[in-house]
Design a protein around this ligand. Structure first.
Ligand code: HEM
Ligand code: HEM
Length: 291
């Protein structure tokens, strides 16, 4: 990573953290200054845990979990440690999301409001279900030592794609929820009269979009990816990824965003490919677009 590029990464990371913290603070200001605060008694105070925990956990902590491999100063840490941090942050996000859903379901039941009628609740529940699947598969395939290397190689591009897609869906769900809540809650004056609460919470929605965009940008730059383990890069053919380096097959290999970066690899790999008689090896390389 060049010095100039390092600086750019740091600036982007600082902006992302700032926007993320600001979102969490705005959600607290909304809930405490304009709404009923926080409580756990079936009242609106219990509902209010829903946005606060979603924005803290499912948006902010998940966002950080997604880019944690890309922090350049962690590249000297072991991959296993980084997997624990990535998996741990995602687990915390999952727990907070579940508590936030319990809050809104309990609130609805206490107030005899129907459950699961809105598009917001359908997309939201779907996101939580896919997220728990992603978490479970991540543990089973990439953390536990049982999955064979070819499975890791095959699943990594899917893991990255589904992770980013779920994250984007979570942002969209949050925007829907915010809109619903403002329309429900603002009566006198109405949402359409643009009271200060509406303006503040519209800004919160804007910040969530900016936060999501920054995370997706950082997570999709090929040159900010955690570099492959040295020995793996030099000694192994691309198709035969050794244990613990399935990670070499994320964005860089599966996207053509940075062709110049891949060209050298492709030449070398093609030459090596000739040496491999095993058809399996070749089909793995072709099937998962690893060149
Ligand atoms: C309701 C999920 C974010 C506001 C619900 C329900 C689910 C859900 C499953 C249905 C509860 C029930 O039927 O009893 C999610 C998820 C979110 C999210 C996964 C993650 C992005 C938000 C945010 C707000 C919000 C940020 C902002 C205040 C609401 C409101 C309801 C609700 C007002 C009640 C009306 C309805 O059922 O649509 N949410 N939510 N949600 N949520 Fe969210
Ligand atoms: C990479 C999402 C759970 C292992 C990624 C990436 C995303 C992601 C978006 C791409 C990051 C990048 O390109 O820099 C998620 C989500 C999860 C989850 C949303 C939970 C719901 C897990 C778990 C493990 C895991 C439990 C097990 C340790 C990995 C590995 C990488 C990765 C090894 C590759 C890192 C690299 O490219 O160097 N994950 N993940 N993930 N994830 Fe997950």
């Amino acid at each position: 990573l060049q010095m100039e590029d390092y600086g750019r990464f740091l600036a982007l990371l600082a902006s992302t953290l700032l926007v993320g913290f600001l979102s969490v603070i705005l959600s607290l200001v909304w809930v405490f200054h304009y709404r009923e605060g926080l409580s756990w008694d079936g009242s609106l105070g219990e509902f209010n845990w829903h946005p606060v925990l979603i924005i803290t956990g499912f948006v902010f902590i998940q966002g950080i979990a997604i880019i944690v491999y890309r922090l350049p100063w962690t590249w000297k840490c072991s991959k296993l440690l980084m997997k624990f941090i990535h998996a741990g942050l995602n687990t915390i996000a999952m727990i907070l999301a579940i508590v936030s859903m319990v809050a809104v379901f309990e609130f609805h039941n206490a107030k005899n409001i129907p459950n699961m009628y809105s598009l917001h609740s359908w997309i939201g529940l779907a996101a939580v279900i896919f997220y728990s699947l992603q978490l479970f598969l991540g543990f089973a395939v990439f953390l536990l030592p049982f999955a064979p290397v070819h499975l890791r190689v095959a699943l990594m591009p899917i893991h990255v794609y589904s992770g980013l897609t779920i994250f984007a869906t979570v942002i969209a769900t949050a925007l829907m929820g915010i809109t619903e809540k403002l329309i429900f809650a603002l009566k006198t004056p109405a949402y359409s009269a643009s009271p200060p609460e509406a303006t503040l919470v519209n800004c919160l929605g804007l910040l969530l979009v900016i936060f999501g965009s920054l995370i997706l940008w950082m997570a999709s730059r090929p040159h900010w990816k955690r570099p492959p383990a040295e020995n793996a890069k030099i000694l192994r053919p691309i198709g035969a990824t050794p244990e613990g380096t399935e990670v070499e097959s994320t964005m860089t290999n599966s996207s053509n965003a940075d062709k110049s970066d891949l060209r050298g690899n492709t030449e070398a790999a093609r030459k090596q490919n000739i040496k491999f008689d095993e058809a399996g090896q070749r089909s793995t390389i072709r099937k998962f677009n690893l060149l």
